[in-house]
Design a protein around this ligand. Sequence first.
Ligand SMILES: [Zn+2]
Length: 148
Amino acid sequence: MTAPEAGTSHYGNRPSLGRMLARASVRHCPRCGSGRLFESYFRLRDHCPGCDYLFAREEGFWLGAFVVNFVVAEGAVFLLMFAFIFRLAATEGTQQGSMLSWLVMGVVLAVVTPIVFYPFSKTIWAAVDIFMQGARPDVDRHGRTRRG
Ligand SMILES: [Zn+2]
């Protein structure tokens, strides 16, 4: 059990978006910073072990995590395409590199990135949701609604 930081409480003030995203980017609870949120690499616990925060707020909640994961995976492929175009322009098309290696890198990136990024997409989406929910009440694991 992690104690809330100074200036925050488990059900009161929330940390800044930057701090929540920083915590989420290392798979920690965006709200309290507690670790051990995952039972396995892919399986997120229902509640934070530190602050009891319920992650899946409603049915379809993880659609946002899917979008985060999709944007990151497509961004990685976009960067690879940009590198390919830049290289082609830099050599003015004189260097005949293997197009197959670029295609293989693109396919590997498109497949591996969303798998590796999957747990991060969940904690990042939880951070975004906490930031956006504003005055929405918090619900603990017992279904009790609490306000700051
Ligand atoms: Zn927490």
